[in-house]
Design a protein around this ligand. Structure first.
Ligand code: PEP
Ligand code: MG
Length: 884
């Protein structure tokens, strides 16, 4: 049975809509040809052919070879040239072309068709340019040998170096036709030798082998790494483009180059590109000669230059997006080899999208759908200069975005002191605890060896817009806390490192940074997003600065004020510890008495910053271990070992054991006396908080004529009864305050849904709740059964690398699993109370994909850290637009 599948498309058979079959490059070439842009003639072997071969141990599907033969015949007919002809030889390039661009990851062969038989005709057709012909030939053997036949690169490089040394010259361009002829001969001998005499000289056979090599390159290691990093499926395969060669290296009337329809770094509509005369594309890439600014081409090749400008406009207009193009000029004639939507910086993405709306090229909706919400992060924080190239010394979790350069500090007091004097400091800790907050606050960045995306260090840093790389694998902080060893290098106090909190990378020394750029275009995108989104956007914040920042960035309220964060300040910790460790109610009451006015002052600040907008204050949710001294302190343990009086040898052994024990130690997974559980044991705590909230609200109302909308939230409820009890305590205290003051404000009492049981019984819990707020951090922790403080440093990283899980569920909501709990909670809650207000305040509230999910799940709002508010606004608008 013959296979009827069409595996090969001529250039004029394709168009942009066939991208999944023809790959990005093939579809674009066909589309350019269709709209009258000059492209060299070609045919494309489909991704489907590659996949079929891949699924059959590399064996080509029946009929593919014949289809390639026939397409080649047609190409020869159209061009009037013949592969292997001694008079009018066709030369072709063979290039990969995946559906999603994977620049430089797969293989390419150029100049196929040149041989002993055809090299003379190639020279003759190039006005007798012998040097050009032999240069093409030796390049072909090198490239074909390496890429298709697997000959080691050094075999050719050594011969080339020898040839230059023999002649006493430094550059390839100093070799003349005779040198290149001799070199070609040498290359052929070497290739044939390397292949044990099996070098193929038949150009048709070479073509088949080259196509096959491109198929195979789909699975080479660098392509695999790239696919994994960019979430591209292995099942897609690559297309292969076979295209007539055009030559930019045929003399000074020929050239090659790259250009963009707008500046990809700023987005400005201006000439941007580079070119080289008498060169082939690889010369530009290899950096052997320095390319010239495109503007200079007007003097050298004026006609081609003006045609190029017109073509750039045409392609941008047609594709309605910033284009990244490659061109070649062969003897003054322009050919476009490629166009694609250009990669651009975040700033360029925003500016070009806004400009294109102004120019009438695209609509507002298209502009919103074009800007990747996560890219906005880069504009809100300093970022590492995109031109900076260096290898990271370690890569941890991208816990809080932005970039930071600073001198290392190993304890919070030192960081606070140096940071307070204006020094740029990077605080390095095994993990951070509340005791460190004063150091974190004044640092440029925080680096921890332990902890995850929702760990304390990450949440606090994100809230304050401080760069954080958490859980950096394998970094060792010495027991005295004065040095950190990363790889085989040790860094001490005052040494400089750079953190990239957007990628998790850490670099040695000071990388150049670019400042944040919140400008008019940025504001415009936000304003457009607000026109389209249905989902409300609030912020998680618990002090005046963060709340004000959030409001400035467009937050419509506070969705979560974590009162325990207010307890973490160094001057309050003693009272908080007293409150927790109190052995009787009297002691506790005394501690609470100290705390109440402090809490009230905190609340006044927030209510004042958010006047007229809702503020959800969560009653104390204490991860107890965060408030208590660490009893497993390593130095104590070592001291104890020392007291046993063992030999030095024993001591060293046990110290090592201790280090291992520590590296395996897991934090309390925070399932103990957390959330309302402490408040159930000690009702005086929520009572104090409710009083502080109401006193603050009344005070702000009195002082400023307006206060925030008060929403009091009970954390970690799993049983309706808990909420009823807590609600009672709150309402009694609140009403008592109203009575004493002789004034009232509006308030509601709701709960977090952050434990599966609460989602499962949301219909019951809703009876006692005015609103729900989903705590997706804990819902992820408990729904999946993984510790938010430990899992990311441990197996979870492996799970993501090995694609057992597609994403870190603490970063982007596990929609299939935990997402069901959210959907169920909303649905069940609303069966009891149809209009029940629901929101999300876990870290997922600032993750674009999760935000889209929350939109679909019918929530009323998301709440995220202040700096993610613009991202959430855009993501929410995109969700609404996609739904239309
Ligand atoms: C949550 O669990 O999602 C939440 C917002 O609460 P926290 O992170 O403070 O536990
Ligand atoms: Mg929680």
């Amino acid at each position: 049975m013959t296979d009827q599948t069409k595996y090969v498309y001529d250039l004029n058979e394709g168009d942009a809509s066939l991208k999944s079959l023809l790959g990005g490059k093939g579809a674009n070439l066909a589309e350019m040809n269709r709209i009258g842009v000059p492209v060299p003639d070609a045919f494309t072997v489909t991704t489907q052919a590659c996949v079929a071969a891949m699924n059959n141990n590399g064996e080509w599907p029946a009929g593919l070879r014949e289809q390639v033969e026939a397409a080649l015949d047609r190409l020869e007919e159209r061009t009037g040239k013949v592969l292997g002809s001694t008079e009018n030889p066709l030369l072709v390039s063979i290039r990969s072309g995946a559906v999603f661009s994977m620049p430089g990851m797969m293989d390419t062969v150029l100049n196929l068709g040149i041989s002993d038989d055809t090299v003379g005709a190639v020279a003759a057709l190039a006005d007798g340019n012998e040097r050009f012909a032999w240069d093409c030939y030796r390049r072909f053997i090198q490239m074909y040998g390496e890429v298709v036949e697997g000959v080691d690169q050094y075999v050719f490089e050594d011969a080339l170096t020898e040839a230059k040394e023999a002649k006493g010259v430094a550059n390839d361009t100093d070799l003349d036709a005779e040198d290149l002829k001799a070199l070609t001969k040498k290359f052929k001998e070497l290739a044939n030798e390397a292949l044990g005499g099996h070098w193929t000289t038949d150009p048709r056979e070479q073509l088949m082998r080259a196509i096959n090599a491109v198929f195979l390159s789909w699975n080479n290691p660098r392509a695999e790494v790239y696919r994994k990093a960019n979430g591209i499926s292995r099942d897609l395969g690559t297309a292969v483009n076979v295209q007539q060669m055009v030559f930019g290296n045929r003399g000074e009337t020929s050239a090659t180059g790259v250009c963009f329809s707008r500046n990809p770094s700023t987005g400005a509509k201006e000439l941007y590109g580079e070119f080289l005369t008498n060169a082939q594309g690889e010369d530009v890439v290899a950096g052997i000669r320095t390319p010239r600014n495109l503007a200079e081409m007007e003097d050298v090749l004026p006609e081609a230059f003006h045609e190029l400008l017109a073509t750039m406009d045409k392609l941008e207009l047609h594709n309605k997006d910033l284009q990244d193009m490659e061109f070649t000029i062969e003897d003054r004639k322009l050919y476009m080899l490629q166009t694609r939507n250009g990669k651009r910086t975040a700033a360029a993405a925003v500016k070009s999208a806004v400009d294109m709306v102004d120019e009438g090229l695209i609509t507002k909706e298209e502009a919103l759908l074009r800007i990747n919400p996560s890219d906005l992060d880069a504009l809100l924080h300093p970022a590492i200069d995109p031109n900076f190239k260096a290898t990271a010394i370690v890569k941890g979790l991208p816990a809080s975005p932005g970039a930071a350069v600073g001198a290392l500090s190993f304890n919070a007091d030192d960081a606070a002191e140096r940071g307070g004097k204006g020094e740029s400091v990077i605080l390095v800790r095994y993990e951070t605890t509340p005791d460190d907050i004063h150091g974190v606050m004044v640092s440029q960045g925080v680096l921890t060896a332990h902890g995850g995306m929702t760990s304390h260090a990450a949440v606090v840093a994100r809230g304050m817009g401080i760069t954080c790389v958490a859980g950096a694998p394998g970094i060792k902080i010495d027991p005295k806390g004065e040095t950190v060893t990363i790889g085989d290098k040790t860094y001490g106090t005052g040494d400089t490192l750079t953190l990239n909190g957007t990628t998790g990378e850490v670099f040695e020394g000071a990388a150049p940074l670019v400042p944040p750029s919140i400008n008019e275009d940025f504001e415009q995108v936000g304003a457009w997003a607000d026109e389209y989104r249905r989902l409300g956007v609030r912020a998680n914040a618990e002090n005046f600065e963060d709340a004000s920042k959030a409001r400035e960035l467009g937050a419509e309220g506070i969705g979560l004020a974590r009162t325990e964060h207010m307890f973490m300040a160094a001057d309050r910790l003693p009272s908080v510890r007293k409150m927790i460790l109190a052995t009787n109610e009297e002691e506790r009451a005394a501690a609470l008495e100290e705390i109440l006015p402090l809490q009230q002052a905190d609340f006044e600040e927030i209510f004042s910053a958010m006047k007229g907008l809702p503020v959800t204050v969560r009653l104390l949710d204490p991860p107890l271990h965060e408030f208590l001294p660490n009893i497993v302190d390593q130095s104590l343990l070592v001291q104890k070992l020392e007291l046993t009086g063992g030999s030095e040898e024993d001591l060293a052994k046990e110290r090592k054991l201790l280090a291992q024990v520590k590296s395996l130690h897991e934090q309390n997974p925070m399932l103990g006396t957390r959330g309302c559980r402490l408040a159930m044991l000690y009702p005086s705590i929520p009572e104090m908080q409710a009083r502080a909230i109401i006193r603050a609200a009344l005070a702000v109302q009195e002082r400023e004529g307006e206060t925030a909308g008060i929403e009091i939230m009970v954390p970690l409820v799993v049983i309706k009864k808990e909420l009823e009890v807590q609600r009672d305590i709150v309402v009694k205290a609140v009403e008592d305050e109203f009575e004493k003051a002789g004034k009232r404000v509006d308030y509601t009492v709701g709960t977090m849904i952050e434990i599966p049981r609460a989602a499962l019984t949301a219909n019951e819990i809703a009876e006692a709740a005015d609103f729900f707020s989903f705590g997706t951090n804990d819902l992820t922790q408990t729904g999946i059964g993984i510790s938010r403080d430990d899992a990311e440093a441990g197996f979870l990283g492996h799970y993501v690398d090995a694609e057992v899980m597609s994403k870190n569920p603490f970063e982007s909501l596990d929609q299939n699993g935990v997402g069901q709990l959210v959907e169920m909670g909303v649905e069940k809650g609303r069966t009891t109370k149809p209009g029940l207000k629901t929101g999300v305040c876990g870290e997922h509230g600032g993750d674009p994909e999760s935000v889209e999910f929350f939109h679909r799940a019918g929530l009323d709002y998301v709440s995220c850290s202040p700096f993610r508010v613009p991202i959430a606004r855009l993501a929410a608008a995109r969700a609404a637009l996609r739904e239309q």
